[in-house]
Design a protein around this ligand. Sequence first.
Ligand code: ZN
Length: 317
Amino acid sequence: MSKKFASQGDLAEKVVTFERLTDNAYCYAAEGDPTSGVVIGDDAVMVIDTRATPVAAQDLIQRIRTVTDKPIKYAVLTHYHAVRVLGASAYGAEHIVASEATLELIRERGAQDYKSEVERFPRLFQAVESVPGLTWPTLTFKDRMTLWLGKLEVQIMHLGRGHSKGDTVVWLPKGRVLFSGDLVENGATPYTGDAYLRDWPATLDRMLALKPKYLVPGRGLACHTPKQITAAVEGTQEFIRMLVREAGSGVKKRRSLKQVFDAAYPAMNKKFGHWAIFDHCMPFDISRAFDEMSGIEDPRIWTAKRDKEMWHALQSG
Ligand SMILES: [Zn+2]
């Protein structure tokens, strides 16, 4: 029996946690679903990753309103994936902030990604008709930018490629809070379908050099201690390195994508199968790892059609 495509079988509502980390930082998590961050400055609020639709964003907005009535002035996109960016219009933010590389990806493949992700995540895209179209950044930066929310310094940085070409982290020097986006997952499987796998671990090392006290990951709950942060980052790194090893040795032996998948899946399932969205991610992850190890530099664009063809090819006996 083949598995249900991507997250089409994951229809149970998740428990939401809205957690205060410091006076200025909150984490909005929903088990293994995409996590959002909130920064509260002196005169304004920043949301980091906006949820999948404007309707889904309402729950986050309501929770922000239980702790502050300051205007939500900034929405930061940690990367271009639809499931995190298409709720942006709900906040009425003055600025949508993204890296230049993220803007390039939205231009190049945002429309295909939108269609593909809606079919991958039917629960998260409930009320998809409320999405007014793609989310376009209004403020972009190359490597770094500092914004001031009154006296609160907010650093927004692209530390290198990893989960995508344009990954962005948000860093609050006061309180040492880091918002990593999908560069780090906590108890969830890294999605690597659009990744630069060989760059990713080093990007994480640069991130750790900031010495965060709190880390808000791309999925899962916030980390509060150095031990928790190291565990989440090293877990992500181990997953990436194993994926590279599995795909690399398969490509060297001239195995097909299907053969590499059949060998890597059980091996990785043993170590990481308990993480959220493991079965969803693995076919996409192995596909990209296989491409990267075969010398394809930039991730190929996923379309709703390519998604299904790949899934069928890998999951059928
Ligand atoms: Zn992502």
